[in-house]
Design a protein around this ligand. Structure first.
Ligand code: ADP
Ligand code: MG
Length: 243
């Protein structure tokens, strides 16, 4: 299997705080990786380094063939390949749902208008929001906004999508709709890295669990192995609180 994201001895500091401690991690094409761990452990920092939203201080991080730390690397090339879905959706509030999805393919990929529209409408169907194409984000629920954000990411035909707590800001009844869409995407074989507190997703949809604590990878296992038999005391304690 080919690595699509590869960390080699990566360190990251915020001032004196050592947020990522000598990370060695290789994410392969098609994997659905759940990153779980306590608040403040560095999960967002880890995932945000993967498309250059946070800089690393040392080590090497190769993403879809590009060296993130190399000043000559154009981060836009990486962001074309690797999408990101945020906890708070980050939709363009002054654009319709359809425009949210067509904007980047038009500007960045110069996709033909008709094809762009068709791809966007197909994606809206897929996430169950074809009837909301002309709505503005403020007219949608949180769960609907997040499904638009996922469709927007998919429209770029990325090689991987990063999700940072995509359901944490949602009311409970909307979480499942978003998780169902994520499962659909996973089933199509897209590489996904998902910071999540949804243990059901991590266990049933993901095929790898990384337990992160104190800026370090503590466990890296297949879901069943991790959930049935966590090796570290820290993971056992964490699981006893969240399950
Ligand atoms: P998590 O996503 O697991 O909650 P974060 O990656 O957000 O953890 O944070 C890891 C640590 O880094 C925390 O101690 C947090 O306070 C700190 N941190 C995160 N972002 C910044 C920042 N921009 N400046 C300074 N410290 C930060
Ligand atoms: Mg976080």
């Amino acid at each position: 299997m080919a690595a699509i994201i590869e960390f080699k001895n990566v360190n990251k500091y915020y001032g004196k705080l050592h947020a990522l401690k000598n990370i060695n991690l290789s994410i392969e094409e098609g994997q659905v990786v759940s990153i779980i761990g306590p608040s403040g452990s560095g999960k967002s920092t880890l995932i945000r380094t993967m498309n250059g939203l946070e800089k690393i201080n040392s080590g090497q991080l190769i993403v879809t063939g590009y060296d993130i730390a190399d000043k000559k690397t154009d981060l836009n090339k990486i962001r074309k390949n690797v999408g990101m879905v945020f906890q708070h959706f980050n939709l363009y509030e002054n654009h319709t749902v359809l425009e949210n999805i067509t904007l980047a393919p038009k500007i960045v990929l110069h996709r033909d208008n008709e094809e762009n529209h068709q791809i966007a409408m197909d994606l809206l169907k897929k996430v169950g929001l074809a009837d909301k194409a002309d709505y503005y984000p403020r007219q949608l629920s949180g769960g609907q906004k997040q499904r638009v954000a996922i469709a927007r990411s998919l429209a770029m035909k990325p090689k991987a999508i990063l999700f940072d707590e995509p359901t944490s800001a949602l009311d409970p009844e909307m979480i499942q709709d978003v998780l169902n869409v994520m499962k659909l995407v996973a089933d199509e074989g897209l590489t996904m890295v998902v910071v999540t507190h949804e243990m059901g997703f991590a266990r049933e949809v993901g095929n790898r669990v990384i337990f992160f604590d104190g800026g370090e990878v503590i466990e890296d296992e297949k879901p069943d192995v991790f959930f049935d038999n966590p090796k570290s005391e820290r993971a056992r304690q964490f699981l006893s609180k969240v399950i």
